[in-house]
Design a protein around this ligand. Structure first.
Ligand code: FAD
Length: 488
C-alpha cells in the first residue's frame, strides 16, 4: 500500500446507521475532520421503525434535523398500546398526557428506516462529514495498545487505509469489528428470542388520537409488533422465545400466517389485508441473537456505539434511542479529548457509565415487563422502582420507555424542557422477594453488566456522578463541573 492510499482524519466512523451518522455530525459540528465509511448504498433497508421522544425531541434537534423530520410525513406516534399482562383489554400509554411538560403535538414517529437513516446521513454530509458509501471496513490498525485507523475497500474495490485519533465502531449488529475493543459479546441468558417479520398493505388502525401508536400484542407463543408506517403499509413482527423456535422454522409465509392466527387481535387488524410481496418490503425476514452487551465499550483510540456495543429487545422500541444517545455521549467524549479539555480515560468512562446506565434501565425493566402474570400497574411500579423517579408510577413508566430518564434536554412547543432529576438508588437488594427462577435478578455483577464503570451499588441517576463530567452549554462535549478541580 502506498502513501497515496492512506489518508488522515481526526475520526473515522464505521457504519452510517443512526449511531454513526449522529456521532459523526456532532463531532464535525466542532470542526473536526470526520470520515464515515458505509458498506451499503443508501437508502438501504433496516428494521427498527418505532422511535421514542428522546430521539425525536432530543438528539434530532441537537443534530439540526428537527424541522426536516417534522416535514418528512412520517406517521405521528403519540404512544404505545398494549395487549399485555393480565388486563384482558388493551391499554395505552400516552407520552403527552402522562408527562407534564412534554407539550408537543408530535412526540415521536413511526419511520421507514430507509428514509430516516438517509435523512440523518445526508445531514452528516451537510455538516461536513466525508461520507463514503459502498466502502467496507475489514479491520483496524494498531500501534501498541492503541487503535490508530482502519483498513477498508473503497467503491472501486481498492484496498485503502485511513488513520485517525479515534475509530468509532457504529457498524451495528452484524459486523465483527467490535471484537477489537473487548473480545466476544456477552449474550443475555434471559432474552433469547427470535423475530419473524414482514409488511402488509394497510390494516386496521387504533382510534384517534392513537392511530399512529405501536401496538404490542402478547399471545400464547410470544408477542406481536404492529407498526403503522403509512396508510397502505404496516410492519408486523412476531417475537417468540427459543423454546418456540419450531414455530418460525420452515416456510416463512406459512409460519407468519400461523402465528397471526394465534392472536385474535392481530388477526382482526389484518383481516383480508394482503402481505406486500414485492420490493424491499416483500421479504419475510428473521432476526435472532440480538440481546447482548460488549464487555467494555472503549479502548484507547476506539469506541463502540449503537448495536455494535449492545442491544436488549425490541418490545419497547429502545434501539434507535440507544444508538443515537450513545452517539451523542461518545461525540461529547471525543470532542472533549480533541479540545484538550479532559483526559481520555475520564471522558470515555463518562460515556460508558451513562450508556450502560441507560441500557441497564431498559434491560432491568424489560425483565419485569416480560412477566405477563401481572397487570400494567405493576409495570408502572417497576419503572418507578428502577428509576427512583420522583413522580407517579405512570409518569415513571412513560418517562423510562420514552427514553426521558437520561436527564437530557428535549425541545417542546414552549422551548427547552429538562426532565426532573431522579436517582438510580441502590441496585442490589431492591427486590428481596423476587422469584429468581423466573427472572434474572438485576445484579450489577451479572456478566452482561459487569464492566468498567457500571454503576456500583447505585449513584445519582443523572447529572454529574461523583467525580464525573457534565455536558457543555452547547451539548457537544463534556466539561468538568465548576465545583471540581480541573481534570486536565
Ligand atoms: P445499524 O442501523 O445496524 O447501522 C449500522 C450500519 O453499519 C449499516 O448501515 C451497515 O451497512 C454498516 N456496516 C456494517 N458493517 C460495516 C462495515 N464493515 N463497513 C462499513 N459499514 C458497515 N429499534 C427501535 O428504535 N425501534 C424498533 O421498533 C425496533 N425494532 C426492532 C426489531 C427487531 C426484530 C430488532 C432485532 C431490532 C429492533 N430495533 C428497534 C433495534 C434497531 O434495529 C437497532 O438498535 C438500530 O438499527 C441500531 O442502529 P445502529 O446505527 O447502531 O446500527
Amino acid at each position: 500500500m502506498t502513501a497515496a492510499d492512506t489518508e488522515q482524519f481526526d475520526v473515522v466512523v464505521v457504519g452510517g446507521g443512526p449511531a454513526g451518522s449522529s456521532l459523526s455530525t456532532l463531532v464535525a459540528m466542532r470542526g473536526h475532520r470526520v470520515l464515515l465509511l458505509e458498506k451499503e448504498k443508501f437508502p438501504r433497508y433496516q428494521i427498527g421503525e418505532s422511535l421514542l421522544p428522546a430521539t425525536v425531541l432530543g438528539t434530532c434537534n441537537l443534530l439540526g434535523v428537527g424541522d426536516e423530520l417534522r416535514r418528512a410525513g412520517f406517521t405521528v406516534k403519540r404512544g404505545g398500546s398494549f395487549k399485555w399482562g393480565t388486563n384482558p383489554e388493551p391499554w395505552t400509554l400516552d407520552f403527552v398526557a402522562s408527562i407534564p411538560g412534554l407539550q408537543v403535538p408530535e412526540p415521536a414517529y413511526q419511520v421507514e428506516r430507509m428514509k430516516f437513516d438517509d435523512l440523518l446521513l445526508r445531514n452528516a454530509r451537510r455538516n461536513g462529514v466525508d461520507v463514503r458509501e459502498n466502502c467496507t471496513v475489514g479491520g483496524v490498525l494498531r500501534d501498541g495498545d492503541r487503535v490508530t485507523g482502519v483498513r477498508f475497500v473503497d467503491r472501486e474495490a481498492q484496498p485503502r487505509t485511513a488513520l485517525a485519533r479515534y475509530v468509532v465502531d457504529a457498524s451495528g449488529n452484524g459486523s465483527r469489528i467490535h471484537q477489537e475493543v473487548s473480545g466476544q459479546r456477552i449474550y443475555s441468558d434471559f432474552f433469547r428470542n427470535i423475530a419473524l417479520f414482514g409488511y402488509f398493505r394497510g390494516g386496521k388502525r387504533l382510534p384517534a388520537p392513537y392511530s399512529g401508536n405501536i401496538l404490542s400484542a402478547a399471545f400464547k407463543s410470544g408477542w406481536f409488533w404492529y407498526i403503522p408506517l403509512r396508510p397502505d403499509l404496516t410492519s408486523v413482527g412476531a417475537v417468540v422465545s427459543r423454546e418456540m423456535a419450531d414455530k418460525v422454522r420452515g416456510d416463512r409465509e406459512q409460519a407468519l400466517r400461523a402465528l397471526i392466527a394465534e392472536s385474535p387481535l392481530i388477526s382482526d387488524f389484518l383481516d383480508g389485508v394482503p402481505r406486500v410481496t414485492e420490493g424491499v418490503y416483500g421479504t419475510i425476514r428473521t432476526r435472532k441473537d440480538y440481546s447482548y452487551s460488549a464487555p467494555s465499550f472503549w479502548r484507547p483510540g476506539m469506541v463502540l456505539v449503537g448495536d455494535a456495543a449492545c442491544f436488549v429487545d425490541p418490545v419497547l422500541s429502545s434501539g434507535v434511542h440507544l444508538a443515537t444517545y450513545s452517539g451523542l455521549l461518545a461525540a461529547r467524549s471525543i470532542n472533549a479529548v480533541l479540545a484538550g479539555d479532559v483526559p481520555e480515560a475520564t471522558a470515555f468512562d463518562e460515556f460508558e457509565s451513562r450508556y450502560r446506565r441507560e441500557y441497564g434501565n431498559f434491560y432491568e425493566f424489560l425483565v419485569s415487563f416480560y412477566d405477563r402474570h401481572v397487570d400494567e400497574n405493576s409495570y408502572f411500579w417497576s419503572a418507578k422502582k428502577i428509576t427512583n423517579h420522583p413522580a407517579s408510577d405512570l409518569e415513571a413508566f412513560t418517562s423510562l420507555v420514552g427514553g426521558l430518564t437520561t436527564g437530557e434536554q428535549v425541545a417542546t412547543e414552549d422551548g427547552i424542557w429538562q426532565p426532573p432529576a431522579i436517582e438510580l438508588g441502590t441496585a442490589a437488594g431492591r427486590y428481596p422477594d423476587w422469584d429468581t427462577d423466573r427472572h434474572i435478578r438485576f445484579d450489577p455483577r451479572h456478566p452482561i453488566f459487569e464492566a468498567r464503570q457500571w454503576v456500583p451499588g447505585g449513584v445519582p441517576h443523572q447529572g454529574p456522578r461523583p467525580g464525573g463530567l457534565i455536558p457543555s452549554s452547547d451539548g457537544l462535549q463534556w466539561t468538568v463541573p465548576a465545583s471540581q478541580p480541573s481534570a486536565g
